[in-house]
Design a protein. Sequence first.
Length: 609
Amino acid sequence: MDASLAQEILDRLLKEFRFKKEMKGYLRGGECPTCKKKELFVHAGNPWVVRCGRLNNCGETWHVKDLYPELFDNWSDRYKPLPENNNNPNAAADAYLKISRGFSLAKVQGMYTQESYFDNNLKLGSATVRFPFANGWRERLIDQPYRFGKKKANFQYGMKYYGHWWKPDSVVIQSVKEIWLVEGIFDAIALMHHDIPAVALGSCNNYPEEALRNLGISRGNQDCTLVWALDGDNAGRSYTKKHVEQAQAAGWNCVAAQIPQKGRGKIDWNDLHQRDGLTEKDIEEYKYHGALLIAKTAQEKALLIYRHDGDQTEFYFDFSNRLYWFRLDLEQYNKARQIQDDSEDSKTMSEYALRDQALVTSSTIRQIANCMPRALYFQENLITNESWYYFRVSFPHDGAPVKNTFTAAQIASAAEFKKRLLGMAGGAMYSGSSMQLDRILADQLYNIKRVDTIDFIGYSIEHGCYVLGDVAMKDGVLNEVNSEDFFDIGKLSIKSLNKSVHLTINRDRDDYRTDWINQLWTAFGAKGLAALTFWFGSLFAEQIRASQSSYPFLEVVGEAGAGKSTLIEFLWKLFGRNGYEGFDPSKSSLAARARNFSQVSTCILTVQP
């Protein structure tokens, strides 16, 4: 790691996690954010990965890129072509690949160039790392890519890469026994560092038909195995199944490899390269998860799990978004093995095949749910002392998953769980026992993720974050709500429980209009601008109160028909709330006033007739 960057990271780690001592090149005794124990440690010389030492009870790890992304997103400013570096035109790209991606420059030299990208709509630019790809190129933005929304990488306009793949220069695929097919170029390079021959498809939906045809011709046969190792998200898993089926129909021998996705953020092969997660034992585990993904039947998947775990005679598993229960009758299994010993099969079949045959005849697989319920996280309201488990229920048909909450009482027994499941997801049926439900939830709820909640819309001073419906703003960065209905912002996980206030927020700066200010002046004059100033200031009322100890109230007084309600509706509309005037506190009960005032985190503007 670059010395200045390492020192900057260490300074932040020491301040945030309060490491107590240094021993044998490691900082130790830091407080783990997950288990709150002082078991955190990190390498003092190369502080890449922060780990919790409680392997059995916690074992969480964090890469410093996830903890402090701002240190790894502006390479052009940090690494410029300078005379002492021989005016290297690839200085920023070299630093990005070496430091941010963990690559040896000696192994990737000559495969890339440093270029630039400019977005005409956003009027923003960035340096890029560009790789030749098919009949064009693909490049990665390396300077604050979050400014460009979801665009972190860019293909040359008009290029056609479908049917082709990208291959590292040093990888020779004409003589290897296995070829790994991954999505990203950086994934292929990461595997190359571990002597695993890999090619990059560019996207999960690119089936490399022409590249495979050329490979078959160059090899003279198809005696190698294709390892489909696409990303672990829904798209990657779906296309893995499709590509395996298509490649097998073309005569290729196929297996799959999948990275189990746990916690926040997607983990890819480049991440594993940086986290020492590509050992021989690790690779076997990823292939096991790949085999589970492409299993053709529920029975095949159950046998894979049994062979892998070995000591479980009963367990649950999902197949095609249905929940199953596997049970092995050991007495019947032993009888089946005895019968095999006295049969001709023992002479013609392998021990592995004999064992599988006995397992099939002595095991039962029963569907216990026509859907797949999955506990996502735990959320609680500290004010009301209420708590819920947030579930996602997926179906074997093409319908979208249903997400909603379960209380502790609703998951405590099979009968209550069945009732709640039927109530939240139409047609979802659980037919298992309470014992089976306990077993399922024991796995899913262990060390479950916790999400902070607020019961209003607006600014939360405790979290330093604006939560505005389906968007949130923290530290000047706009964040979209994720697929699990909460905001995952760095180390913060947060959501609002408020469902009564609906905001329509414009995300496109080009759609912003400025003619409304003239209309406000024409209609209300200086008084309208005074109300607007107060209203805008209320967005920062919490910050102002923290600094100045108070924020004023504004009372608008006027005759009937003077436009007071119109002004209030207009100001609310500026904030994304259409057709809302407010409520009359004098005509509401104490509970109603408290409920209305707690819906938004702003000041109160009252209208006096």
